[in-house]
Design a protein around this ligand. Structure first.
Ligand code: COA
Length: 261
């Protein structure tokens, strides 16, 4: 297993937990942390025993309080664009990651932290979580996909309100606008995230990957092309051993045993 400084990666059976681990800086996403996050996803991708990921933050206060403002302070136009493209590339990779990724948002998810959570496939939050894109208060805008994912997840009105005011919204409000899937008491969050990840990890892995691909790529296509793409993935799923097993298990009234083939 790789050695990380700013994150931890813990494997528990078919699930792994990636924890952003700079609690003294509220898990702010500096370059080193983003690089390690990418390396962690490389490791998970290459580990055939792992079938789902939970991403969370260390400490009681934050999931991640944003990109590291000390790094943003010195950026000019070219460096700023490169900074944004780097984070966007990583978050796009997470969005397209072919094993389900659950964000367990345990506190502040601001700026890049909110953008990271939005790139995950499912978001669970603690009652103590706060979401926001406060970049406007720094004279900038979100650069890791926040303007796009927030408006797609929560709708333009809620997104523009958050982007233009920079105000944080509570977990309850985030649930209301579709930014998170479910909210739990702080002490229950990790248990819920792990049990969801275990549930997702037990599904047919190729079918899970095709669902993610259909949504991650298809959502950006016109409906007709997206549905055609879905049909192609459906065809691929029909050719898997797991489809044979899943349909047979249903007809034989027994639990399916999926192998990822
Ligand atoms: N980048 C770099 N450092 C950050 C950070 C960020 N995005 N967010 C918090 N920190 C650091 C603080 O500078 C502080 O470091 P210090 O102890 O060396 O001074 C430490 O984390 C603790 O933060 P602090 O502000 O003292 O905690 P708080 O509980 O008073 O406030 C927040 C919490 C989240 C409201 C506040 O930290 C904040 O507004 N952070 C920035 C949020 C933001 O604008 N994110 C978007 C960035 S593009």
């Amino acid at each position: 297993m790789s050695e990380f400084k700013n994150i931890t990666l813990e494997k528990k059976g078919a699930v792994c937990v990636i924890t952003l681990n700079r609690p003294e800086k509220l898990n702010a996403l500096d370059r080193a942390t983003l690089r390690e996050l990418g390396e962690a996803f490389d490791e998970v991708e290459g580990d055939e025993a792992l079938h789902a990921v939970v991403v969370t933050g260390a400490g009681p206060k934050a999931f991640a309080a944003g990109a590291d403002i000390t790094e943003i302070a010195g950026l000019g136009a070219e460096a700023g664009k490169a900074f944004a493209l780097y984070g966007q590339g990583l978050f796009r990779r997470i969005e397209r990651f072919l094993k389900p990724v659950v964000a367990a948002v345990n506190g502040f998810a601001l700026g890049g932290g909110c953008e990271l959570a939005m790139a995950c496939h499912v978001r669970l939050a603690s009652e103590t979580a706060w979401f926001g894109q406060p970049e406007i208060n720094l004279g900038i805008i979100p650069g890791y996909g926040g303007t796009q994912r927030l408006s797609r997840l929560a709708g333009r009105a809620a997104a523009l309100e958050m982007l233009l005011t920079g105000d944080r919204v509570s977990a309850a409000r985030a649930r209301e606008i579709g930014l998170v899937n479910a909210v739990f008491a702080q002490e229950k969050l990790m248990g819920e995230a792990l049990s969801l990840a275990e549930k997702l990890a037990a599904k047919a892995p190729l079918a899970a990957a095709y669902c993610i691909e259909a949504v991650a790529y298809g959502s950006d296509m016109p409906l007709e092309e997206a549905c055609y793409y879905e049909a192609t993935l459906f065809g691929l799923a029909c050719a898997t051993e797991d489809k044979k097993e899943g349909t047979a298990a249903f007809l034989e009234k027994r639990a399916a045993r999926f192998k990822g083939r």
